[in-house]
Design a protein around this ligand. Sequence first.
Ligand code: ATP
Ligand code: MG
Length: 607
Amino acid sequence: MLSSGSSDEIAMRVSRLMLVTLRDTPADAVIPSHQLLIRGGYIRRVTNGIYAYMPLMWRVLRKIIAIVQEEMDNAGSLQTLLPQLHPAELWEKSGRWQSYTEGEGIMFHLKDRQGKALGLGPTHEEVVTTLAGELLNSYRQLPINIYQIQTKFRDEIRPRFGLMRSREFIMKDAYSFHANEEDLQSTYKRMEAAYKTIFDRCGLITVGVDADSGAIGGAASQEFMVTAEAGEDLILIANDGKYSANQEKAISIAPNKKVLNKENPSILETSNQNSIEDLCTSNNLDPTQIVKVLALIATIENNETQPLLLSLRADQDLNDIKLSNEISKILNAQVFEIKPITVEQLKIQGLSDWPFGSLGPDLDNEVLNGAKSWKKTFLRCVDHTAADLESFVCGANEIGYHRSHATWETVGGIQNRVDIRTAKHGDKCIHDPTQALEECRGIEVGHIFQLGRKYSKALEVGFTNEAGHQEPFWMGCYGIGVSRLAQAAVEQNHDELGICWPLTIAPFEAIVVIANQKDEIQRELGEKVYKNLLEAGIDALLDDRNERAGVKFKDADLIGIPFRIVVGREASLGKVELFKRQTRQLKLLSVEEAQKQLLSEIFANKG
Ligand code: ATP
Ligand code: MG
């Protein structure tokens, strides 16, 4: 609850609120929540991906922050505040400086007057892990869980959708340090429960999904998604609700394959058949009978470049994230980028043309001989869907020809059997093949992650265990996008007239609208109701502007305060209207009854 002192009382009048609402939708706002926050005067764009939070918005953010703080405190996390300027050395030591500042790296960075490089914090693992290393020496000091709520900076490649993906945004980030993995897992569970409570209390409907945990793998990671059409993430949920995952990570059973017709000749003449579709129609094949082979180049740590040859069943799509994780695991190295190999790249490497379109899994390493900077042997990976085929059609490594009835024995065997396919809507579920996956879109509002010992090893920090030996910390990290969450709440709670804030995070709980400010009876009654509400402990706002009633009602619909009392013509009879924004339910009641009902609804909903 915000206090109701006399200076606040002034600010709680719409006439003093610096409120400028817009009738028209701003051209750069595509999704409803972004449009409504701009139109409702909540946020103003300062430059690309950078917004000012106006007083109404700041009240929303303060309420969300208060909920987050309460639940984090309850879960045993300690609030701190870490610096936003990070010395480059820390990020160099963790091995992230280069990938965060070069190419598509998202860290804003600068040099100080001594010429020392600094980065503006996009996340705080380096800083917090270093501090833990300095302060925590013994297992007796563990576990520790600390959090902060502050502005993060990320020079996003595609800032968009207002606060959803901005370049400066408010995040709650927490980090935990443990003496062993079991202890990390128990804190992770506690954080998961705290997150559910936080999102519930904010009035959001969220789903927890299995998330990609990056190249280190193994460790658990979960994202909390607000389901909404405008979401940037694609999520897959089992019909029975027992499995849900981000598509980046989702696993499933691929659709059934068709058995290859024995009558086919063993060599197929396939010139001018330039797609899987052409190949199928010309040869009476089904895509599940074909192995497609992709040639890609991976840039890994130490500026090394590793050519990849991937085999997938031709009806399947490659999942870039899964691929990157698999390659990283196989090579035990960080993978920065993976791109398809093109004819131009072959030229730059000084190599002659490859039989693109007719590549087989056994394309000879000879084709890499003489490459200027690439490694000279392929890393070959076969997706399970392809590996499971006993007999298949694949390229013959000669333009215009494919082989039929190939087997893995005849094409050099399987070196690395991996899961690199994209799970899709309609696929059967691993946990129960009678269940299918359904697709929907989500906005990631939170992410919890068992980091394991990745950062403590890289930064060489640890503690002395019970046996007296030095060991790296076990770590977890837990993020909530506070400003993104505020906008996601609008995405989930609006109608054609404007925002319908959930009560707990609304900038005000109630608004008193004086229909005609020039009418003395209305004015006096409006002021009185407003004062009564403040005294009863309600966050109330008074629309005391000298505007037409229609304008005031439109603005009230737009800014979306959950309860409205309209003091209009019936004021002379001691009657007012009580209006609920979400349901648009309207009742004409005596002043006393309206106030009573409003208080009881608000207190009941606040719990
Ligand atoms: P995304 O996949 O959306 O880019 P992320 O995985 O990089 O997010 P984290 O590093 O896990 O994000 O950050 C924690 C939380 O911060 C995210 O769950 C999200 O809610 C929020 N967040 C991340 N990037 C942005 C951004 N550019 N603008 C607003 N909120 C963001
Ligand atoms: Mg994330």
